[in-house]
Design a protein around this ligand. Structure first.
Ligand code: ASP
Length: 344
């Protein structure tokens, strides 16, 4: 028996625009005191849920969020996992897709909703999108079907859409509709009703325990290929001391120049113990290595296909796997399969 409230949720405020109001004295944006969130969003009192909040102190602009912060968020959720039905993480939009991806790999057998949201306009401004996003995220975190959470996944809820976190990219610095999921359908649509698409929602394996993996290795790099790329740049990256994993963002379905020096540099990196993951720089679709000559030779050199993974999900996956395994074979094997629904 839980007393007055049936549903209990934890809101974790990390920082970002959503938690800002205008300072009445000088008009600049300052973070709100999250203990008084209901004063800013009185609608929250109408839910009848037991809402608790934890705020980072100091709050973080999401540009400053890194693996240490992902671990901190994950530990807050781990420590409170049994006490709450769901979690809402308020986060700056700029790196929200990275955090959502990282959390999705850290949480194994997640059986409760972890819903990230934020806003383009501060919650203290009249036209804010923050209230709507927060209220909807709370409703989704609380939603149950036959006594079980409707969406036991790490998701991003933004502008009337619920998308899998590790499938998401921030696409607009201007519009309220800021996120999109190029290669995977939304998990729910928010209109008059919230419509859950149960066929595309992941569920944990029954009887398996929720665990949290906390190791990351940030000895990784992303190299975006462009016409005219110069060898000194490629070598500066591939010869970086300690670099273990390199993502190459390639053209179209995974293509890159067939210059001999380029292939030699990639091969040298791999021969010296590095891992290269091929991810498309297109905003949708998949790498298909071997389809063209321009990717067949990379395949022969040992470059791994990133399939339809986003850039955000790939760099966090690589950091997670390199933190978890010393063996390159294990990392390469895990790169090729879905850990948390990040590839098809
Ligand atoms: N710079 C902010 C951040 O990502 C922007 C936002 O919250 O939307 O933290």
């Amino acid at each position: 028996m839980r007393g007055k409230y049936e549903i209990s949720l934890l809101i974790i405020y990390t920082g970002g625009t959503i938690g800002m109001v205008q300072d009445p004295e000088n008009g600049s944006l300052v973070p709100i005191d999250f203990r008084y969130i209901s004063d800013h969003v009185p609608e929250l009192r109408k839910f009848g849920y037991s809402l608790h909040s934890i705020s980072f102190d100091p709050v973080k602009d999401s540009s400053n969020i890194d693996p240490q912060v992902w671990i901190k968020i994950a530990e807050i959720i781990e420590d409170n996992y049994e006490r709450f039905d769901g979690f809402v993480v308020l986060h700056g939009t700029d790196t929200m897709a990275y955090t959502a991806s990282a959390l999705s790999y850290m949480f194994e057998n997640l059986g409760k909703p972890v819903i990230l949201t934020g806003s383009q306009l501060p919650i203290g401004l009249l036209r804010t999108d923050g209230k709507e996003n927060l209220i909807t995220a709370i409703e989704i975190a609380a939603a149950k079907e036959k006594g079980l959470p409707s969406v036991p996944e790490v998701c991003i809820c933004f502008d009337n859409k619920l998308v899998r976190g590790n499938r998401t990219t921030k696409m607009s610095a201007e519009h309220f509709d800021a996120f999109y999921s190029p290669n995977y359908p939304p998990l729910a649509e928010v209109g008059l009703h919230i419509k859950y698409f149960s066929g595309v929602i992941r569920h944990p394996e029954p009887d398996k325990k929720f665990t949290v993996q906390k190791a990351f290795d940030n000895n990784v790099a992303i190299l975006k290929i462009f016409p005219g790329i110069n060898r000194k740049l490629v070598q500066a990256i591939t010869r970086t001391e300690g670099l273990r994993g390199l993502i190459i963002e390639t053209f179209g379905s995974g293509n890159a120049p067939t210059y001999q020096w380029f292939l030699d540099d990639l091969k040298n990196f791999i021969d010296n113990g590095g891992i290269i993951l091929n991810v498309t720089q297109c905003h949708g679709g998949s790498v298909e290595m071997g389809l063209y000559e321009t990717s067949r030779q990379m395949l022969a050199a040992g470059v791994v296909s990133g399939k339809d993974i986003t850039s955000e999900a790939s760099v966090t996956k690589l950091m997670h796997l390199l933190g978890r395994y010393q063996s390159n074979d294990k990392v390469v094997e895990a790169l090729g399969r879905s850990l948390a629904g990040e590839i098809s």
